[in-house]
Design a protein around this ligand. Sequence first.
Ligand code: HEC
Length: 117
Amino acid sequence: MMRPLIPSLAFATVLITGTAPAWSADRAVMEGEQLFSYHGCVNCHGASGSDPTSKLVPKIGGLEAGEIMEKSRKILKGETTSEEAKLMKSAIAYSQSCDAPPTDAELQKIATWLATQ
Ligand code: HEC
């Protein structure tokens, strides 16, 4: 009997994104905090964006929402050339393998939530 495909895919998704499998989540109804986890931001920037996992990762909780939005969009569009920014861009690209990248509307929700942290 063949091994079921779905559980192994689910496991891969958890490994890559550190979050719940994509199909169990309805992105449209997610708020900023959930999207921050869903898109894997929390894996590097830490809880509330204020507990980075490495010295290379900036603290972003409590920044102004417009600044978060602008900077994260630049990084995700590849307009920032630092090695650190490339790291973030490729991490987000990787977690897209089973799903789509954060939309502007989702980034806005994340930024609005982070600004209150
Ligand atoms: C692989 C780790 C990683 C992931 C995942 C990640 N980031 Fe980052 N992030 C970084 C690093 C490293 C930088 C610093 C980039 C630089 O210095 O050019 C950064 C920078 C930023 C900045 C700019 C902060 C500043 O003050 O310059 C924002 C905003 C940001 N990230 C938001 C996000 C959001 C939103 C997500 C999820 C969609 C995310 N990040 C996912 C590692 C990550």
